[in-house]
Design a protein. Structure first.
Length: 136
């Protein structure tokens, strides 16, 4: 059995539903904020960082910090924001791997996360000798 994919959810929203939904679908999820991201990533490197911050400037600043750090270059990044905020275009141009519009619903979040992590999950499974769905 392979180790669960690790997700770090950086959010200024105190709603546990996203975390609970991801955990119910087999992901290991940590939650933090802009001030604790370095500590979280240093303690337990993540496969995916989800940035769900309402202030677009703070979200982009955080994304730039992550992308500027050589140790975190392999961390996938998804941003979550309201349509029309400009964050989708800006975050993708600054190195985000994906964007999801708010309000984020559980099934759509899980689909988006799986789409991003699927190639890594297949590589991990292949390396550990576990047959992946795509190889059946």
């Amino acid at each position: 059995m392979t180790e669960p994919q690790r997700i770090l959810l950086i959010s200024d929203v105190r709603d546990p539903r996203s975390r609970q939904t991801l955990e119910k679908n087999g992901f290991s999820v940590s939650v933090g904020d802009c001030q604790t991201i370095e500590q979280h990533l240093a303690e337990a490197p993540a496969d995916l960082l989800i940035i769900d911050i309402d202030d677009a400037n703070d979200a982009i600043d955080l994304l730039r910090r992550v992308r500027a750090n050589e140790r975190w270059k392999n961390v996938l990044v998804m941003t979550v924001a309201e349509w029309g905020s400009g964050l989708a275009t800006l975050s993708l141009s600054q190195g985000a791997d994906a964007f999801e519009p708010k309000p984020i619903e559980g099934p759509r979040l899980v689909d988006a996360v799986e789409r991003l992590l699927r190639p890594r999950m297949a590589l991990t499974a292949k390396a550990s000798g576990v047959k992946s769905e795509s190889s059946e």
